[in-house]
Design a protein around this ligand. Structure first.
Ligand SMILES: [Zn+2]
Ligand SMILES: [Zn+2]
Length: 380
């Protein structure tokens, strides 16, 4: 699903203050509130959309992740879009605003209500890796280190003090749900004592205070394939944070930053560069060695080459990611005009100009027009 930009959803500027975000959200929530738009599916969607946008933009950490990586980055941080964890703040802000509390369980279905799943997958992590253009061209293995939650070594992630055990929750009899009679309906809600897991821990592990997690510094080797570009994202499965009570770990997302190269620029999988030759070399032709990543490439500049002309060397660009195709290298030629001519060389040039009937005094309009270079010299 292609999501709208959170700033657009709330109708605020990218640099909006926390107060402006809150105000915009209140207005959207009031406008699209289901009580005022009974049965209007679109209003309900807008209402949820605004809540999701607010839950991100009201949280400085999430907002900065979103600004840098977009919605995908938030998934990398374990953010799942509109979910029940935003409700507390959400009920607060709306409850105060409307002057009453209403049950979100009714609005979004009781299923969205549990705050803690019995087995929760670990959070995804995101990090940036900066590489050079050469490394992007050839692929590279990078060593990185990160801090992440891993299974607590004392309780091995079980959250239970060694030698003790989990017990069945007495409030719900281990079902994790409590049933209520509500008019004609029977509604199930997650048990508040065990948070829906059906189990309680009478003696939590002391080392992790019952979370099952311990923060560890980890060094990882990350293989970056040839052809990655600025902003490329790589997913490394299972290298995120540990899950709760043995649930599977999250993934690690890396965002590639490619440093600017001093000689080459990149256009997708093509490389471009600029070289300078003298007037004589341009007029008479010369062979130039271009410093490509795989050693060097000889380029023959033919006699009569004009300034700005572009030459294409096929297959000397970058490899396309996940393919065998290679981009090309485009070399733009500039003609360097000497600005340090001694007298005798000036005399020679004057002589040459004379032989070619070139004036050094005044160039009239007619001649300017004739001598002008066509605007679009195409690539050859
Ligand atoms: Zn522990
Ligand atoms: Zn229970």
């Amino acid at each position: 699903m292609n999501k709208r930009n959170y700033y657009e959803v709330l109708g605020v500027e990218r640099n909006a203050s926390a107060e402006e975000v809150k105000k915009a959200y209140r207005q959207m929530a009031l406008k699209h509130h289901p009580d005022r738009n009974a049965g209007d599916k679109q209003a309900e969607e807008r209402f949820k959309e605004a809540a999701e946008a607010y839950s991100v933009l009201a949280d400085p950490e999430k907002r900065s992740t979103y600004d840098r990586f977009g919605a995908e980055g938030l998934r990398g941080e374990g953010f799942q879009g509109f979910n029940s964890t935003v409700f507390e703040d959400f009920e607060d802000i709306l409850g105060n605003f409307f002057g009453f509390n209403f049950g979100f369980g009714d609005l979004f279905g009781a299923g969205s209500r549990p705050r803690r799943q019995p087995a929760q997958r670990g959070r995804d992590l995101a990090l940036e890796i900066e590489i050079s253009l050469e490394e992007a061209a050839a692929g590279v293995e990078k060593e990185i280190s990160l801090h992440r939650a891993e299974a607590c070594p004392t309780c091995r992630g079980t959250r239970v003090r060694p030698g003790t055990q989990k017990e069945t929750c007495s409030s719900c009899g281990g079902r994790g749900q409590i049933r209520h009679q509500q008019g004609f309906f029977t509604v199930s809600r997650p048990c508040s004592r065990c948070h829906g897991s059906g189990e309680v821990i009478p003696a939590p592990c002391d080392d992790c205070r019952g979370t099952g997690h311990a923060r560890q510094k980890r060094d990882l080797k990350i293989r970056i394939p040839a052809g990655v570009d600025e902003g490329s994202r790589l997913r490394i499965a299972g290298e995120g944070e540990a899950g709760v009570s043995g649930a599977e770990p999250g993934d690690l997302y890396t965002v590639i930053r490619v440093r600017k190269h001093e000689f080459f620029d990149r256009e997708e999988h093509h490389l471009t560069c600029e070289i300078a030759i003298s007037f004589a070399q341009a007029a008479l032709g010369v062979t130039v060695e271009i410093p490509t990543f795989d050693g060097g490439e000889k380029l023959k500049i033919p006699a009569g080459t004009q300034a700005g002309q572009v030459f294409r060397i096929r297959g000397k660009g970058l490899k396309e990611l996940d393919s065998r195709r290679l981009g090309d290298l485009f070399v733009r030629v500039q003609v360097r005009t000497p600005d340090d001519l001694p007298k005798d060389q000036k005399a020679l040039l004057r002589q040459l100009a004379g032989m070619r009937s070139e004036t050094l005094e005044f160039l009239d309009q007619e001649h300017v027009r004739k001598a002008s270079v066509p605007r679009n010299e195409g690539r050859r």
